[in-house]
Design a protein around this ligand. Sequence first.
Ligand code: GLN
Ligand code: ZN
Length: 746
Amino acid sequence: MTRVSNLGYPRLGEQREWKHLIESYWADKISKEELEKEARALRLSFLQKQADAGVDLIPVGDFSLYDHILDLSVQFGIIPKRFSDQDIDLDLYFALARGNKENVASSMKKWFNTNYHYIVPEWTKKRPQLTNSRLLDLYKEARQVVGDRAKPVITGPITFVALSSGVTDFTAAVKSLLPLYKQVFTELVEAGATYIQVDEPIFVTDEGADYLEAAKAVYGYFAKQVPEAKLIFQTYFEALIDAEELSDIPVAAFGLDFVHGLEENLQAIQAGLFKDKEVFAGVVDGRNVWASDFKETSKLLEVLAENTASLVVQPSCSLLHVPVTTKNETDLDPVLKNGLAFADEKLEEIKLLAEHLDGVANLRYDEHVAAYDALQAADFRNVELEDLSQVRTARKSTYDIRQKVQQERLQLPLLPTTTIGSFPQSPEVRRTRLAWKRGDITDKEYKDFIRSEIARWVTIQEDLDIDVLVHGEFERVDMVEFFGQKLAGFTTTKLGWVQSYGSRAVKPPIIYGDVKHIQPLTVDETVYTQSLTDRPVKGMLTGPITITNWSFERTDIKRSDLFNQIGLAIKDEIKLLEDAGIAIIQVDEAALREGLPLRKGKQKAYLDDAVSAFHIATSSVKDETQIHTHMCYSKFDEIIDAIRQLDADVISIETSRSHGDIIESFETTVYPLGIGLGVYDIHSPRVPTEEEVVANIERSLKQLSAKQFWVNPDCGLKTRREPETIAALEVLVSATKKVRHKLGYE
Ligand code: GLN
Ligand code: ZN
């Protein structure tokens, strides 16, 4: 009988019980004992659910009160110096994640190319040592509920060190952890564990190629020291970076991703590299919300079964990255709903696939195939779209011609000042939106309120003497969800939450059908704003790449086709704004950089597709319409060419936290278009001084011409409070005037 395994289960709970629990503890509403008791109840219910679904190997240790990497750092006693005089307990644990009065938190990073963020382990000179028996305790607890099916999960030493900061000698750091892992494994085996899942996703990245020798040494050591432990060398999100070398390491089994790393991993299998091995095959997408294509997956499983010594069926990665269940999504079109699979449905899928492989007939399998086919055939996936070959993919004129006509129209001063789009969403904004959603106020009352907020901020911006105004985005909770709600092909769920970091969860829209512009998205607010002022108002849209990257996207069409569909929709909106007299339109691509594929070899294709879609969205405008874009990130060098190719008239970039680095990218590369390098950090409530802002501008002007430079904050101001925002913008404007004066203007 083919077994099924799971790699990790969502922590949040169906109704986000986990989030509420942890936040209640933070707010001092419940005691530590209550927190622990409730957390245990949740944990056990997750185990039970997986057991009921027929999972043979159920992950233990994936549950966390904040983040599983932080759990491991604390277990190993890897605690930043600034916290070193505190007892190692729950309060320290949360302080590391969130900071406390005395100390800042550890930094947070994206977990590979997902939207989950882990707390970066900060190494000090102190030698790691076990400070608790967390995994063993959890394992013993789990055995009480699911017995032998419990499978401990731990991040492996090489990935752990590779993701750490403050490591001066990689090999020495890994070595210092080995006795700790050995003890953990030994105790688990003594407590009855057989399989132990050791996550080593670093071995799907380019960086992993540097650690092949380390992998042999480390897993050789474990094989010798704890031979009874059946280690699963688990990777996900891509194929093994070097299957030839890695398939030789002495472990009991390999966990491979046959969804996101299908091509290469399958080649390795077909080349016979795993024919004597046990393989845990990730064949159900653990990162997206779609039901699997059973016909294809069953074929794949047969190939895998033929080419391995033993096969276990599982999702491609931990189910942490998908919502819990589709069961509560009662508002969705049944054709769509039946074509979705969240965590619980994915567990059913792996079970059905394994049974099918064994030749066991199950009606649910056939129902699933029918549901999948119905979704593919649905009208909303077969919409007639504009013919792409008829759409402009380059601006009519070159930048220098555009710049001239735009300047004639806009009459902007040297070093024009502007902001990135959003202004503070005050408690009143949030309260009013909630009242409107609940039906306590009418659509008209809500709209009037948004208008009054816009008008108030037009006055503020004029008083500040900002050159290019924005409407402030008060009507948007989120820059992607807002567009999702108005474009055809998108839907939002009731409870489709996934953990982003700590207790923070996001509810990405689902792109389920062909995307099409069917109604104005932003025209009303933008045109209203422009009617209040003589200064140019910048329209504010989110670009195709960012919309895709922050949604659950379709996988039945090529990604580039999806980018292009959204590009067309944005083009239509731009046309409406342009026709309504809006002279400047910004298309935000905040998530362009973070969508970069893990492997260098795949990055160029992604960037090419991104640039094309941006061109589809923005190239049809007249020369005198100025296209802006905005991106938030600090590492630029790898994608500077793509940024240049976007051919946006003006780009604004988040830079103030790493000023030097970024300017360097632009120093070595000729960037002739308009550019605003953020002159102060909006992530902190601190108001910058005029000297600082002047210095930031002047530093940029060493590499960039004053004729191309714009002055703006780093990013949107949505999360800031009003007083500090106004104070900071006052400084921004006065600093700009000072520099203009020094340059002999004004
Ligand atoms: N226009 C958006 C805003 O200002 C951009 C946000 C972002 O870059 N993340 O909020
Ligand atoms: Zn930004």
